[in-house]
Design a protein. Structure first.
Length: 437
């Protein structure tokens, strides 16, 4: 891999793309440290220090923003509104016929859906920015901090609107930076910005584990975390690359004096077809009751039950619900993202068939059967990977936002593999010698 990067830097046009991508990443990281107007920066820093390792409900969103959420900076919302908007549009494509028709129109339809995604991203940024400002003003952003109520000293409506506009504009800039990387850089821009946001929190999280350790001044715990992380990366790479290849044969067709078809190919069905989306869905769904309970007044029975059972990552009820939700969303997302009937119809239209399986409905039933069989190990794998932070909590008292947690490892390894493949494919295009020498 290092040799591939060295070859890429020796190629002039690839070097320009890589340097452009690095420049966008630097600009993005600078934006995550610029506070918005109306925020008491010293109070925020004091609360961040006091709440280190105990970020509560906002830990997941803070991880996706590269630590900018709790700092209340211009890029505080990060890439999360765009991710949420993309997932919502992808789900609505299955439900709304108009969106499904746009998806089938090709590049023009995809551009239209992308435009809808941008509009929805801005709307979600306004909603989330308003919620973040209201949470910061109430002091609930940092529970237990002595100066949490002084984070936003000016409670005027103009100041609040200015803060929401700044965070919404920051989200729009992040979206624009991601699209710039996609168009003029290397890899998918949104994925790379998400990769950078998560990777930026690793050094501080690892050092916090070392400082809180008790064996050999914390180095034993530090080394154990590094070892577990390496094992997890190897496991994730192995499973993410695993796929079931369904052989497809195309019959020969005579058109005039030429024959077409007669080729053999395959349909690659990944073991983890859903990627990291089930983990994000399950985490977000479990945050909702705890968030409602945090802002609800009184001492109702349901609030006490939620506080005791759904806010602690090492509670058996939380672990069980988390695991079951991941398995459910894995099957749900695969069901809406892969349509066996559509694949079978396309194969039949172009004269393709699976050896031993009749074209049409039997092919769709066979694809559905194989997909269900390989989704089971994929969903169980996702559930086990996502529970690693919980095991770390029980094992040696790591924070709930364990640096080698399931969500972060899945995203980092997935984006890293995809980016390396793109670099290799572009290198092959530029260094292909051909048949004649």
């Amino acid at each position: 891999m290092l040799t591939g990067f060295a070859r890429a830097f020796r190629t002039p046009d690839l070097r320009k793309k890589l340097l452009f991508t690095l420049g966008i990443i630097v600009a993005y990281r600078v934006g995550t440290h610029i506070p918005i107007p109306g925020v008491n920066y010293k109070a925020v820093q004091q609360c961040v220090t006091e709440a280190s390792g105990n970020q509560g409900l906002f830990g997941l969103v803070n991880m996706f923003s590269g630590g900018a959420l709790l700092q209340i900076t211009v890029f505080a919302l990060g890439i999360m509104p765009y991710i949420t908007a993309s997932i919502i549009l992808q789900l609505l494509t299955v439900v709304i016929p108009r969106l499904e028709a746009l998806k089938k129109e090709g590049q023009a339809g995809t551009a239209k859906i992308t435009q809808y995604t941008r509009y929805l991203t801005v709307a979600l940024a306004i909603l989330q920015g308003t919620g973040l400002v209201a949470t910061a003003r109430s002091g609930a952003l940092f529970n237990g901090c002595s100066v949490a109520g002084n984070i936003v000293p000016d409670r005027a409506i103009f100041t609040t609107i200015t803060m929401v506009i700044c965070m919404t504009a920051g989200t729009a800039v992040v979206m624009w930076l991601g699209e710039l990387i996609t168009d003029r850089g290397i890899g998918n821009g949104m994925s790379i910005l998400m990769f950078i946001s998560i990777a930026a929190t690793f050094p501080s999280a690892l050092w916090a584990i070392k400082k809180s350790g008790k064996l050999a001044d914390g180095w034993i715990e530090f080394g154990t975390v590094i070892l577990v992380g390496l094992v997890m990366v190897g496991l994730v790479v192995f499973v993410e690359q695993a796929q079931r290849r369904i052989p497809v044969q195309y019959a020969k067709r005579m058109i005039g004096r030429r024959s077409y078809g007669g080729t053999s190919t395959y349909i690659p069905l990944k073991v983890n077809q859903a990627g990291v989306i089930p983990v994000i869905f399950a985490s977000s769904l479990l945050y909702i009751p705890a968030l409602v309970a945090q802002f609800a007044g009184g001492n109702a029975g349901w609030k006490t039950w939620v506080t005791q059972n759904l806010t602690k990552g090492d509670h058996p009820i939380y672990i069980t619900l988390y695991f079951l939700l991941i398995v459910f969303f894995a099957f749900f997302y695969v069901a809406i993202s892969f349509n066996p009937e559509e694949v079978a119809d396309n194969m039949k239209k172009y004269g393709g068939f699976i050896p031993g399986i009749r074209a049409g409905r039997p092919t769709a039933e066979y694809l559905s059967y194989v997909l269900n069989r390989i989704t089971w190990p994929g969903s169980l794998y996702l559930g086990l990977i996502a529970l690693v932070p919980t095991m770390a909590l029980v094992g040696f008292g790591a924070s709930q936002n364990f640096p080698f947690g399931g969500t972060s490892i899945l995203i980092i390894v997935g984006v890293g593999l995809e980016t390396v493949k793109q670099i290799e494919s572009q290198l092959q295009q530029r260094n292909y010698e051909g048949f004649l020498r």
